[in-house]
Design a protein around this ligand. Sequence first.
Ligand code: MSP
Length: 532
Amino acid sequence: MTISRAASYFISTPIYYVNSKPHIGHLYSNLLADTIGRWQRIKHPSISKLIFSTGTDEHGLKIERAAIDAHLTPLAFCNQVSETFRKMFDQFSIEYSNYIRTTDEQHCQAVRHVWQELSKQNLIYKGSYEGWYSVQDECFVREDEIIKDQSGQTRIKETNCLVEWTEEKNYMFKLNQFHERIEQWIKDQKPLYPTKYNKLALIQLTELKKQGDISISRESKRLSWGIKVPNDSSQIVYVWIDALINYLTVVGYPDHTIHWPPNCQIIGKEILRFHAIYWPALLMGLDLELPRQIVVHGHWLKDDKKMSKSVGNVIDPCDLLIKLQCDGVRYCLLREDVLSQDANFNEYKMKKYLNAELANTLGNLLNRVTSSAINSERIYPSRPSHPLSSAATELLDQYINLPLRVTTAYDSYEFYHGIIAIMNVLRACNAYVQHEQPWLLAKSTIENDRQRLQILIYLTLECLRICGILLQPIVPSISKQLLDVLGIDQNKRTLHDCTVQIEHKAKHLNLMKNERISLYQRLPIVENERDE
Ligand code: MSP
């Protein structure tokens, strides 16, 4: 069976260095990609193939040195850490389809093929490089980016990372040749999102013009852990070129390119230059289409500093998993705006959100409307034919607008805006329930009261159904539990199903007698955590 390109969606994350254990910054990029992938499925159920690639970046000096420190061979070390990343992604329900490791033979072949293609196009020549190299960032650094510290060591101004002086013969890639086309691409297509990054990429392009072409190999006497340059074993392919090609390995390049190009590539802002300049230049050299969109996110900070192993301020996702559960962590990370800005990690604030929103606003609403005091037969009633009160009509209006609001937010990758809109509707529904006092209506024998109660149950369950569908990309297990209780068919959980049902037939909820569902357990909060 052949799958047409229109029916597929390809999203990627960066591949992560295995020199240290994963932290929530790494998890965040994958979570963003996972949420986008899940949203695409809900919005376009006709997508038959969703490619979601992630993985580990395993070559280079940084990894070679970390393996020595761990008293392991580089491959044994990579196997270990790569597995830790993979396990962490699985624990957070990240539904990746391809897990690329740059040590996989299929990837190494793709890299060699790219090299040969670029050589054929006369885009590679032998040259030499003299300058500063940052092992931490695995990149060459300009003179104006460094300073000497008090002890006379040379460091990168912005990150404080040490740099090493390097003089060596290596292969150069004719980046210069592509400057104009890249500039045009950024100006015309504005491929970077948020849009401010288009401007930033153009500034970086101007900086790079001054530097000329780029070195794309290292001498193997300095670095042995990498892919050898075809027909020249004295040189190793530069780790960033090796890493970028992983996106091609995913689709089966060079044998297959049917799913090329990616619809959406997620990156953190510090690797903008590699993805907005080197990457399109390579693709232009290979005569391949450029990615449709590159989504750039900010950093998770701890105490206003970027979370990283070198600073020693990382938050371990596994600790959080124990405290907040998978969906709790997903909810908190997506509840913050980390797209247009950096965000400080604050556990106290996160717990507050979880208790107020997942446990109370969402969880309690379900419990209220399914409790035996209000809905003794545990029924999802059909739409009542009686006229609605003005409070009910107002609420209904909010349901009608919600899918569009959430779509606008999710399509712009601003998941936090979508979550806020959903919570506002759930809050309004809670207020309506409070106002109608269903526990009194349930005891009344007056027909009008019985009707009001039926309308209330119907409207509340509809609210939970629509919100449950829209929350699926954010909190997949909680939404599943909710939609299962409501008895919603698997194929009726799409954006298309987020309209208020007119033809709904009364049915029993999937609940045992007296069963009380806990969608999210309230977390204990110690008030002095606030200041930590
Ligand atoms: N291996 C390269 C990327 C190659 S992609 C072809 C690399 N790896 S990394 O391990 O340093 O991870 C970089 C990515 O991890 C960032 O671009 C970002 O997506 C994520 N994050 C790492 N630290 C982060 C934060 N503190 N906050 C948010 N995300 C960050 O660079």
